[in-house]
Design a protein around this ligand. Sequence first.
Ligand code: PHE
Length: 334
Amino acid sequence: LQAKALEDLRNVADEVALQAWRVAYLGRNAPLMQIFSRLGQLPKDVRPQVGQRANQVKQALEAAFEERQAALRAEALRRALESERLDVTLPGRRPELGGLHPTTRTLRRIVHIFAEMGFQVYRSREVESDAYNFELLNMPAHHPARDLWDTFYTTTPGVLLRTHTSPGQIHVMRERAPEPIRVILPGMCYRYEQISARSEIQFNQVEVLAVGHNITFSDLKGTLNTFARRLFGEQARTRLRPSYFPFTEPSAEMDVECFVCGGKGCTVCKGSGWLEILGCGMVHPTVLRNGGYDPEEFSGFAAGMGVERITMLLHRIEDIRYFWANDVRFLSQF
Ligand code: PHE
């Protein structure tokens, strides 16, 4: 019996077969174990001898079992190590890090530059009233200048999505009057427009507003020129062109010399040599009054710039739709 059992054990190749072997030779119904339960039926004089011998066999089988089990486990471990081997000399995979959106990067630079000139950031709402977006900015109902902004209206009469950050001017003035003001107002604006390479229905602006005693057009020019040089580089050239906005008088637009062709004219500046970056002007007396400032005593300048627009110039991005497309091939370049 012992010889047969040990031979079987040698042919056991895995854990399952090993357990089957254990049941067959050491289990309750195994022939060897039957001997123990039937010891009592044997004649008294042979009992010790048979018992002793059966015990020896049992111990031998148990020892062999342990040994075989240990050997099988060692073999399984060795095979696992072999097949799941790691090559620790392979170069690691770099984890993908997220990054800031190009608009956010430009916004942060703009905020930083104006902060150095003493401007605070003022947050203003995106859902506005007709009064703040138009009327208080010197555009009564039916004023033709309202057509400059294609507007998203809500189903609530008089409530709309702001078309520019200028309504924030009134909010700051009404909160601060009669204290002097030096703030910028960054934020999202909305326009009901056909989406194209040059216009989106949603974009960021940064409004600039300074109100105080003796603020002149020279202050506007100096501040905006300084800003443009810090953003585009010391060599950047700028110019102001007369323009029209109902809430500023006089009004102007600022261009920077095209840095692609150096002012000679190319596809980026459409042959003009200049790129428009913002609208600006001296705050209209009516707007000052609506904000709670006496135009006899106070004056101010304001400007509004498109952040995506400026980002496009800085990075030569040719289509504004990339900003909302969420294409990682675009986003990961910044
Ligand atoms: N709000 C104007 C626009 O959206 C820009 C602007 C702001 C012009 C402040 C003058 C003064 O086009």
